[in-house]
Design a protein around this ligand. Structure first.
Ligand code: ZN
Length: 467
């Protein structure tokens, strides 16, 4: 080889190698950046999201954001709300700015839930609007209660309930529909099957007709047997029979009764005695020939209870202990308390009293046992319980009044009404109640009121038990 060619080869060799060395170095220093994972991510609302971050490589070496000159990751992703959000990765490395963005869509994938108490519904043959009476609830994890959005459909032998949440997820629920048999033809009465008629007024026969099982009128004559004597108190049965089919029969009972005017009636009811002022109260009642009711306890003397009873008042049952903690500890505790006071009254009067007043009333919130349960228990044992619609506040706000007697009298006057029956709560253990009684009675008599003691005909006042 010639020297010159040799030189050229060497120069070329150096040049190529040099170029290659330069090229390799350049390749090694190149920075590659990208998102790890997808640049658009869908994720279920309420679930967890772990961002995969970014991928940075310089040559063969992987770098992290911490290796950058500076970086900032900004995210507005709200996993509790459906929407499209962005995570921005901004960083600077060797004087170069990099900006990457990932979109995150938070999606509600979960369908709402429809709950019903039953899986099948039996509907009456005549009940055409059964679909309106279905009982259900629809709840969505994103929208909350969407019961009002439920669409109801009646199809062949089923009811179909469907609901779609605000993100388009739909749920349907089917309930089996069981149609009852077509009922037989019958006699349908015009008016009520039990009618109350005041004595010495008139009874107008409302009549009856033959109908199909659903009450739709059919052709045919109805024979009416029986009559009502409206001049005599009593119960009268009227029988209705289809002329062409004696099997079809209906009966109406007409109750002819004497009207008891209870408007403007006052039931004075005294709780917590007998006490130191009961005799004084009995004297006033005697003076005006007024009968009242005494809800007694185990306190006071037997003689006063005897006097109450002998003078025609109603002796009724309040409580043995009047200790809320003891008597309302349980239903058994209550019934035991009641039994004690009942036994006392029976021992003195020879009669079992069936009228009860709950200390604190039926609406008291002190009782550990639900008052609705107590009320049901006494009712099922044949008692009637009485709350009140007039309270003279002699154990309430009048206790702290400067003139307690005047306070009680004024509460009485403003509380009573001539347009209803008045059950007035008083306490015969209060001197100022005893002192004000005569004024109360005079006021009531002058205003046309009448007084009665509680008896089996008295309509009770019942407070609502709070539970
Ligand atoms: Zn009491």
């Amino acid at each position: 080889m010639k020297k010159s060619i040799m030189l050229l080869v060497i120069i070329l060799f150096i040049f190529i190698n040099g170029f290659c060395i330069f090229y390799v170095t350049k390749q090694t220093n190149k920075v590659k950046v990208s998102l790890r994972g997808n640049d658009y991510v869908k994720i279920g609302f309420g679930s967890e999201y772990n961002d995969e971050g970014v991928f940075i490589k310089r040559g063969d070496k992987e770098l992290s954001l911490d290796d950058m000159d500076s970086y900032d990751v900004i995210s507005n992703v709200d996993l509790s709300n459906v929407g499209i959000y962005e995570i921005k990765y901004n960083f600077k490395y060797e004087g170069v700015d990099y900006n990457l963005v990932r979109k995150v869509e938070v999606v509600d994938y979960t369908a709402p839930q429809i709950t019903t108490n039953v899986n099948e519904v039996t509907i009456g043959y005549c009940d055409s609007k059964a679909v309106d009476n279905l009982d259900y609830k629809a709840v969505d994890d994103y929208d909350g209660d969407i019961t009002t959005k439920v669409v109801k459909e009646e199809k062949d032998d089923k009811f179909i309930l469907s609901v779609t949440d605000s993100n388009g997820n739909t749920t349907t629920k089917e309930l089996r529909k069981i149609q009852s048999e077509k009922p037989a033809d019958k006699i349908t009465l015009n008016g009520k099957s039990y009618m109350n008629v005041v004595v010495n007024t008139t009874y107008e026969e409302p009549g009856a007709y033959i109908s199909d099982g659903c009450g739709n009128k059919l052709e045919g004559e109805v024979e009416i047997k029986g009559s009502v004597d409206t001049t005599k108190v009593g119960k009268y049965d009227i029988t209705y029979t289809a002329k062409d089919n004696k099997e079809l029969k209906a009966v109406r009972t007409v109750n002819v009764y004497e009207k008891k005017a209870t408007d403007g009636v006052i039931y004075l009811t005294f709780d917590d005695g007998p006490g130191g002022y009961t005799s004084q109260i009995l004297d006033v009642l005697k003076k005006y020939n007024i009968k009242a009711t005494f809800f007694v306890t185990l306190g006071g003397s037997d003689a006063i209870i005897k006097r109450e009873f002998d003078e025609g008042h109603t002796v009724a049952l309040h409580t043995a202990t009047h200790n809320y903690k003891v008597m309302y500890a349980s239903l058994d505790a209550y019934l035991n308390d009641l039994q004690q006071v009942s036994d006392r009254v029976k021992r003195i009067t020879g009669t079992e009293s069936k009228y009860v007043r709950f200390p604190g009333g039926t609406s008291n919130r002190v009782s550990k046992v639900a008052m609705s349960e107590v009320a049901a228990a006494v009712t099922s044992r044949g008692y009637e319980y009485f709350d009140w619609n007039v309270c003279v506040e002699d154990a309430g706000s009048c206790v702290s009044a400067s003139d307690k007697r005047a306070c009680v009298v004024s509460k009485f006057k403003s509380g009573i009404s001539s347009k209803r029956s008045n059950i007035v709560l008083l306490h015969d253990i209060k001197s100022y109640t005893a002192a004000g009684l005569e004024e109360m009675i005079k006021y009531a008599l002058n205003n046309g009121y009448t007084f009665r003691a509680i008896d089996a005909n008295t309509s009770p006042v019942h407070f609502k038990a709070y539970r």
